[in-house]
Design a protein around this ligand. Structure first.
Ligand code: ATP
Length: 326
């Protein structure tokens, strides 16, 4: 059992409370992603789990053991950073084996484990290079190798792919998912990229200003966001939000419709807008409309959809696809 349990975790820097009471269980073997806007507290929470940051109050339990006040090295966790944090003067082989050397493990054991780890990450041919002679993706794999070799109970990733270009990020997403399947380890992953969250997570935790806004599997959050905040964060382009009148007793309420759930028509529809911008992505086309009260309406239509910039079109929510937020 290598679950991670957070009980009413809080953190203040001076008088500024950045983590405001988090209760969460990450199950054994789960790939859990913390997502949220810049400054919401994702990294602070991860650093508290790792022990690099102390908690102001609450309890952290890893593998059934209370580690709230334990040293980072005693928690059975390994952390992978955005910056890779490799030693520039050491080779890939020495970087991967560094933790074991420090722990005084026999040379033969280190050599064997480094070979095995390098093989699993396709780094064998790079073992004698220094980090500066590696690509960003290769460096990140070395950083992951350094974590794997320690055989941790829990892997913690802090935005590990944000220094990579789009193509490499997509490849590394797949590699990390494969790695997770192969190791079966509990992984907690911080990102502000909703694509990473959607594609890799078993469970997404959406954080907003130090609190959990919603927790669930990616498609649950996509289909049933509990708030406009979650709706705006999961799914790209963002969900369209608008106010709607309901029965007099209930007053005004917020509605949402995803861009892919809007039907465009030349002749009729709920909203009439002017086409401001068209993004042809290939398989899809994203259309931005100006509207007097909604300001902007975004629709996602098939790639070959006929539409011209500056023209007038009508947009309507597809039946049963509107979200209502209270
Ligand atoms: P980002 O996506 O930009 O990395 P984040 O969600 O990871 O953001 P944190 O880095 O956890 O956010 O920071 C949360 C808040 O705590 C921010 O307002 C930040 O300025 C503040 N903060 C973080 N570390 C410290 C510190 N050592 N001292 C004071 N304030 C801090």
């Amino acid at each position: 059992m290598t679950s991670v349990v957070l009980k009413d975790i809080r953190k203040s820097f001076g008088s500024f409370e950045v983590i405001k009471g988090i209760d969460l269980t990450v199950e054994t073997g789960e790939f859990c992603v913390f997502v949220g806007p810049s400054g919401c507290g994702k990294s602070t929470l991860l650093r508290m789990i790792s022990g690099l940051e102390t908690s102001s109050s609450g309890q952290i339990v890893i593998d059934g053991e209370d580690v709230t006040h334990a040293e980072p090295s005693k928690r059975g966790v390994a952390m992978v950073f955005q910056s890779y944090a490799l030693y520039p003067h050491l080779t890939v082989r020495e970087n991967i084996g560094f933790g074991l050397s420090l722990a005084g493990r026999p040379k033969s054991e280190i050599a064997e484990k480094v070979e095995k780890t390098a093989e699993s990450l396709q780094l064998t041919h790079l073992l004698d290079r220094k980090p500066k002679a590696l690509s960003g993706g290769q460096r990140q794999r070395v950083a992951i190798g350094r974590a794997i070799i320690r055989n941790p109970k829990v892997f913690l990733f802090d935005e590990p792919l944000s220094n990579l270009d789009a193509a490499l990020r997509s490849q590394m997403r797949m590699e990390l998912t494969d790695l997770h399947a192969k190791l079966g380890a509990t992984m907690i992953y911080v990102t502000h990229d909703q694509v990473e969250a959607m594609t890799m997570a078993d469970k997404i935790v959406v954080l907003n200003a130090g609190r959990i806004e919603q927790v669930g599997p990616p498609m649950d959050l996509y289909n049933n966001p509990v708030s406009p905040f979650v709706a705006g964060f999961i799914g790209s382009p963002k969900m369209n939000l608008y106010d709607g009148e309901v029965a007099a007793a209930e007053g005004c309420t917020t509605y949402g419709i995803r861009p892919e759930h809007l039907a465009l028509s030349k002749s009729e529809g709920k909203w009439q807008g002017q086409v401001r911008h068209i993004e042809r992505l290939g398989a899809d086309t994203v259309v931005y409309l100006d509207h007097p009260t909604l300001k902007q309406i975004v629709a996602r239509v098939p790639g070959d959809f006929e539409i011209v910039s500056g023209g007038v079109v009508h947009a309507s929510p597809m039946s049963g696809k509107e979200h209502r937020f209270f």
